[in-house]
Design a protein around this ligand. Structure first.
Ligand code: NIG
Ligand code: FE
Length: 409
């Protein structure tokens, strides 16, 4: 049996206490000179060092050298598995074309769909592996991954099998999401495509057992509120938990639909309507913001301050994908949250850990340093959390532990 105390922690950010909404997000459960007991990969006790040393004398120790320790990050929104790349589209955007105009012209997601259909399951997994190892080095210990670059049953399932394969190949725990309704396939009609998802790809994905969640790109010019509602209702009937890409480019009301459908999260929210901020705040649906996408698209940031002040539970994800946001840089994301979205450092850490776990329906096992949770934690090169946004974009993570094992550093 492996049993050890983690100590030598200047500031222990526990994020304990479950999913946090509104004001409570500002309480990151900080213990000065903290310590915790890990037994077979599970945290058994948390407190001040002197107290834990007294309760558990003579145990081996992991010494953090007087540094900051936080829970591992939960990146609750990624499109990590895809074929090809879209750097030429990125350059077109630099010259002034918009994301949606490129998509309407047959590029964007459709370009990645062609490359993903052409790749084998092994190739898809192999190409995602270096991304995952870099994400791990930045502190990600749990990560949601969407399909959505097949837009046919066979390729969507191939993507999900690539996720399952990746789950066995490296330490980050992956949570798979079926995103069959990510775009309307070329030459198809949106209504007819939703009919196809309802009749074929959603049941096939449910049958495969390869995905925990179903998601849809509810957006003007992609899938309407009515189409999204039909898709989500069928998905829920088949046993999926729900996520919605909502109000990213246009205030269509996707966040309100997500609440109405009982979705676990509504994601993006750059243009969320005022009434839907209130609806999110009054619901269990996590509001997931993706500041790296706003940054890469030079769009306004989601109104994180108003969401939190209104009482919503906010999570922060990367949205890593080959188009709108080809980065998973959570250190940069921390700075964007604090500098541009006016979130406190405590709120940002809550959003990246326990609320990210809640956005993946994993708050029982990951996202905080408290008794009963997996020992997923990060040791930094700095002693205070203030250094995370202050050293803007720098990766200060030095060691990463997953289920009590050192997996990086
Ligand atoms: O979350 N908005 C829709 N889906 C992705 C982008 C996917 C892509 O461009 O390949 C997003 O931003
Ligand atoms: Fe996305």
């Amino acid at each position: 049996m492996s049993r050890y105390l983690v100590k030598g922690i200047s500031e222990l950010v526990t994020c304990a206490g479950g999913k946090k909404r509104g004001r409570a997000m500002g309480d990151a459960g900080i213990v000065r000179d903290g310590a915790f007991l890990v037994e077979d990969g599970i945290i058994r006790a948390v407190g001040e060092r002197s107290e834990l040393e007294g309760r558990f004398p003579g145990l081996p120790a992991v010494d953090c050298g007087g540094k900051l320790v936080t829970p591992g990050y939960v990146d609750s929104h990624t499109h990590l598995v895809f074929g090809g790349e879209r750097s030429s589209e990125f350059v077109r955007r630099l010259r002034g074309e918009s994301y949606m105009s490129i998509m309407e012209g047959g590029g964007g997601i459709a370009a990645t769909v062609a490359a993903t259909r052409a790749a084998s399951e092994e190739e898809l997994a192999e190409s995602a592996l270096p991304y995952l190892s870099e994400m791990l080095s930045m502190g990600v210990t749990t990560c949601e991954v969407k399909s959505g670059y097949g837009l046919d049953t066979q390729t969507e399932l191939k993507q999900l099998r690539a996720v399952a394969r990746l789950n066995r190949m490296q330490p980050i725990e992956l949570i798979p999401t079926f995103l069959g309704a990510h775009a309307v396939p070329a030459g198809e009609d949106a209504d007819r495509y939703i009919d196809d998802c309802i009749a074929e790809s959603l049941p096939a994905a449910a049958e495969s057992g390869l995905a925990a969640f179903a998601d849809i790109f509810c957006e003007k010019g992609v899938f309407s509120i009515e189409q999204s509602e039909r898709y989500l209702r069928r998905a829920a009937d088949l046993g999926f938990r729900l996520k919605v890409h909502a109000d990213e480019m246009y205030p269509l009301g996707g966040a309100g639909l997500a609440v109405h459908a009982g979705a676990v999260s509504a994601d993006h929210l750059l243009r969320v309507r005022e009434e839907d901020i209130a609806a999110l705040a009054a619901s269990e649906t996590v509001a997931t913001v993706l500041p790296l996408t706003a940054f890469c698209l030079a769009e306004p940031y989601a109104p994180a301050r108003r969401l939190i002040d209104g009482g919503a539970a906010l999570a922060v994800g990367s949205d890593f994908n080959p188009g709108s946001c080809c980065t998973y840089d959570l250190p940069l994301s921390v700075a964007l949250c604090c500098i541009h979205m006016h979130m406190s450092i405590e709120e940002t850490l809550t959003a990246l850990t326990v609320n990210g776990a809640a956005a993946c329906a994993r708050e029982d096992s990951v996202g905080s340093i408290e008794a009963g949770k997996q020992a997923d934690f990060l040791v930094y090169s700095c002693s205070q959390k203030e250094f995370l946004p202050y050293r803007t974009g720098a990766n200060l993570v030095r060691r990463v532990y997953k289920k009590g094992e050192l997996v990086y550093g």
